[in-house]
Design a protein around this ligand. Sequence first.
Ligand code: FE2
Length: 345
Amino acid sequence: MGCRGAIGCHECESSRQPNNDGLTLTVFHKKAACTPMTDADLQHLAGLTPAQGDAWQRDGFLVLPGFKSAADVAAVCARARVLVDAFEPTTDSGVFSTRDRSNQCTRIRDAALLASAEQVHCFFEEEAFDAQGRLCVPKAQAINKIGHALHDRDPVFDRFSHGPALHSLATALGLAQPQVWQSQVIFKQPHIGGEVGWHQDASFFKTEPHTVTTFWFALEDATLDNGCLWVQAGGHRGPLREQYLCEGEGEGVGDGVCESGHPDRHLRMQALDATPWPDTRTAQALPVAAGTLVVFHGLLPHCSAANRSPQSRLAYTLHVTDASASYSPLNWLQRSAGLPVRGLA
Ligand code: FE2
């Protein structure tokens, strides 16, 4: 494999120097076998400084404070509150948990998740219910997340999720033809916001080769107390440990089975590699202010703690792949012909 499409070159440890225009970089390869980057490849680098390009390669993530304005953040926060207010819970609304995938609610939960691929759906926190299954906090404080087609279905989130700044950043990170598969508002509610254990987002959006990249926007200040992100810097150079598989009748794109309520499809996590997850001694916390974008590689191990503080930790995420990579038909999120996946521009 040569250097095309990458930022820098893993194979030959090429050096990069900025050109006089201050925008592009020239890559000097140390091995003749490496494929020189074209002008188009070099333009992809234009969206990042050399230091940011180096950090991306080394760490697998970038923290970009102030990427979104306070007005943009306020607009989507207000819209999220409207969506939650309008949401009418039903018995199959679904509780979102990253830990428990084995209780009797699995089929209902799977159905709600699969149906949300092309919808705007609210999922509850596990701890929002008492032993009798009744909501024990107000609905507005009981929602774990909204997903997963906000960027296509809701005009306010559509505006937030597209534009030249995001497109340029994505291409600078090597996503020549970005495709946005998923959007989520993650609430991390005060006191009951659930833990999200160590994982890699490529488990859920597998492509060949790996291209999924996560755009994580802080809509409120994320702190050590309210459950900020933790990452393993450099961990994106390790293997994919797990793959989340959608199997069974109706596997594939747009069959509508999931909308019948109890699909014959089921979801499961399959182990791929026994490499242990990091622990807090080697992890790095990423406390960030509202408006910050944290962008990270799909193989980067990350997690967040439960929120036991009185402050919520609202965030918005986009999961983006490159169209040149093959998107696994076993990924849980597929799109029908009626709602094709779009880019970031
Ligand atoms: Fe994640």
